[in-house]
Design a binder for this molecule. Structure first.
Ligand code: GLT
Ligand code: MN
Ligand code: MN
Length: 394
């Protein structure tokens, strides 16, 4: 089907090994799909037009494997990458599965657990560097509490900072030019996870010793679970130069972390997200990998997994085409131009205080009733967005 929506590596789509490798287990039932051999994952992703794969240390090297076993597995995987042309843009550390992390990793009350977590992260970063990754994601899934009797949250945040400061300084000491991308989530698996949203993370980053090498990895599901806007979270990160990575998926508000196929829920949110990322409307675009952190429904067999993967990528491209058409629509441009118009050159007055600009502001004839008199035409504008999204226009 040559409709222009089938992906190619130039589209920069990536999948985590844990995403297409997800076997359908949930808290109420075990796996429903057989483990897909790593080599087949690579072959199938390359065949589907993906650009790369991302991984946790233990997606590739089993927990506790010795050095010889590790090296063999890594060599084999690198051969698979070379054969398929896939790259590994991002690597991360599993700091949540082993029982040692039952009370957290970087925020565990026991300093030995924190030390173990930092050491494990160092090994995972080494692995990422060996595979060519330039971004290291930190998702603190176990960094939280069920009861705040356990510790003072201020200590937890301080320990989190110490661990990241340590890892940043060590990374620089190795001469590696890596970027760390911090991923927020409000809850699950913990009752409450520290630094619950991308906004919390952005402030936390501003308190780090090497904040310049740290940014965020917002996930659609994690912002939508509590009903927040992913578009606004991503926009804030882009606006301050901190969108280092992104986890695309689908989610309904108020549910458990569903990690659904991208765009399969909240198509309108996905439309405006893609529009933002692509830089339509003349704004700077996001140019990093477009990572799908999602998995196939539990109802699916392996064929369904590849349907899922292709669906994520096609939906992104379809939404990009729809969003481009929206921004090129003359009626859209006219409504936006009218709402942003500045015929009297007022906007520059607010760009930086001076005594002169304050005086000019005071002298400005501003009639609130007149300013309030005209509707903004957002009903029409939104209907135009919906008609482009539905494919009924342009
Ligand atoms: C886990 C989590 C994701 C994170 C991954 C990176 S692991 O699947 O649900 O949101 O991005 O650690
Ligand atoms: Mn994620
Ligand atoms: Mn998720």
């Amino acid at each position: 089907m040559a409709d222009g929506f089938d992906p190619t590596p130039a589209d920069r789509f990536t999948f985590g090994l844990w995403t297409v490798g997800n076997r359908g287990a949930d808290p109420f039932g075990g796996p429903v799909r057989a483990k897909i051999p790593l080599r087949r994952i690579l072959d199938k992703l390359a065949e589907a037009g993906a650009h790369g794969v991302n991984l946790h240390d233990n997606d590739l090297v089993p927990f506790g494997a010795g050095a010889a076993e590790r090296d063999l597995i890594v060599a084999d995987f690198k051969q698979g990458l070379a054969d398929t042309g896939l790259v590994v843009p991002m690597a991360t550390t599993n700091l949540f599965s082993h029982p040692v992390f039952r009370d957290g990793a970087f925020t565990a009350s026991d300093p030995k657990v924190r030390a173990y977590a930092v050491r494990k992260a160092m090994s995972a970063i080494e692995l990422g560097v060996e595979l060519g990754a330039s971004t290291i994601v930190f998702w603190g899934g176990r960094e939280g509490t069920e009861t705040d009797a356990a510790r003072d949250c201020r200590d937890a945040i301080g320990w989190f900072r110490q661990c990241l400061d340590f890892l940043c300084a060590w990374t620089k000491d190795q001469g590696w030019e890596l970027r760390f991308a911090l991923e927020a989530k409000p809850n699950e698996p913990r009752g409450d996870i520290y630094l619950a949203t991308t906004g919390h993370m952005l402030h936390f980053i501003s308190t780090l010793e090497h904040g310049e090498m740290c940014g965020v990895n917002p996930e659609v599901a994690h912002e939508n679970m509590p009903g927040l806007s992913m578009v606004h979270a991503v926009a804030q990160a882009m606006e301050c130069g901190k969108l280092f990575h992104i986890d695309l998926n689908g989610q309904r508000i108020g549910r458990y972390d569903q990690d659904l196929r991208f765009g399969s829920e909240d198509a309108k949110g996905a439309f405006f997200l893609v529009r933002l990322l692509e830089g339509f409307g003349g704004r700077p675009a996001y140019t990093g990998p477009l990572h799908f952190d999602a998995h196939a429904y539990r109802s699916e067999d392996e064929d369904g997994v590849w349907d899922f993967a292709k669906g994520c990528m096609r939906t992104y491209k379809i939404l990009a085409a729809r969003a481009r058409a929206f921004d090129q629509d003359a009626e859209v441009q006219q409504i936006l131009a009218a709402s942003h118009a500045d015929p009297d050159g007022v906007a520059p007055l607010l760009k930086g205080y001076s005594a002169a600009s304050a005086a000019a502001l005071a002298a400005l004839p501003l009639d609130p009733d007149a300013l309030a008199a005209t509707g903004k035409r957002y009903e029409r504008l939104d209907q135009l967005a919906m008609e482009h999204l539905f494919g009924a226009r342009g």
